[in-house]
Every structure is written in C-alpha cells, then in structure tokens.
Design a protein around this ligand. Structure first.
Ligand code: 5GP
Length: 128
C-alpha cells in the first residue's frame, strides 16, 4: 500500500508544496514545530532513510540543502536544523526546521496551529 507521502507526491492528498524536481518533493509539515517546518522526501518509496541507494541519499541531501537555503531566506531564524526521525511515516524523509535555540527541535512541544491560508502563505514565501 502506498504511504501517505506517496499519496501526497501523487497529488491524491493535498499538501503545501515548497519545492519539487523529478526525484524529490518538499512540503510543509502539517504539525509544524515552527513556521516553515518542511519535510523533504524522495519520490521513490523507501521506508528507512539509510536503505536508500547512495545516489538517492546524496541527491536527497543536496535537494534539502537547496530547500534549507530558501527557508532561511523566507523565515527569520539562526539556522535551519536537519532532523531525521522516521518513526511515524514509513517513507524516508528529512525534517527542515527553522531554529533559534536547541529547544526549537523538541518534538514533544505543542505543535503550531495554522490555518490553511497561513500554511499557503508560508509555502509561497519559501517558494519565492
Ligand atoms: P516522523 O516519521 O519523522 O517521526 O514524523 C512524520 C512527520 O510527518 C510528522 O512531523 C507529521 O506531522 C508529518 N505528517 C504526517 N502525516 C502528514 C500529512 O498527511 N501531511 C503532512 N504535510 N505532514 C504529515
């Protein structure tokens, strides 16, 4: 069965798209720790990130680097953190989170509640 991220990539489930190329897709996390919290995924459906072939893993990282640059231009922050958990959705993904302090990457924190219009405005700012 297709993962929820494959359904997002295929447009069967809506998402706030941030960036895309033929192999990778970036979109806003629906339960963000911060404005601009983005997920970067390979279109290829592989559960565990370190099971990706080397070329795809390298490509995913380079794609994330480009997206992080766009996030940093759009969202005031000290840095963009790169976090890999993968405990919830079995489709390899990188979290990119704008941060100002270590506590900004605490996944136990209450998530931001944003309206669809706010999500879309953030995605638009990052897309540039
Ligand atoms: P992880 O697998 O890295 O532990 O967490 C998965 C992440 O995917 C979570 O931060 C969660 O909010 C996000 N997520 C789960 N389902 C959806 C969805 O349908 N749409 C979006 N945009 N994000 C999702």
């Amino acid at each position: 069965m297709a993962t929820i991220f494959t359904k997002i990539i295929n447009g069967e489930i809506p998402s706030y798209r941030v960036a895309e190329d033929d192999r990778f897709y970036a979109f806003l996390d629906i339960n963000p720790l911060a404005e601009g919290h983005t997920l970067v995924v390979p279109k290829q459906e592989v559960d565990y990130i370190f099971d990706l072939d080397g070329d795809t893993l390298a490509g995913l990282t380079l794609f994330a680097q480009q997206v992080a640059g766009k996030i940093r231009q759009a969202i005031p922050c000290k840095r963009v953190a790169m976090v890999v958990l993968g405990l919830e959705v079995p489709h390899a993904h990188i979290h990119l989170i704008p941060i100002n302090s270590e506590s900004d990457v605490d996944f136990h924190k209450p998530k931001l509640q944003l309206t669809p219009a706010e999500f879309e405005a953030i995605a638009e700012r990052i897309r540039g």
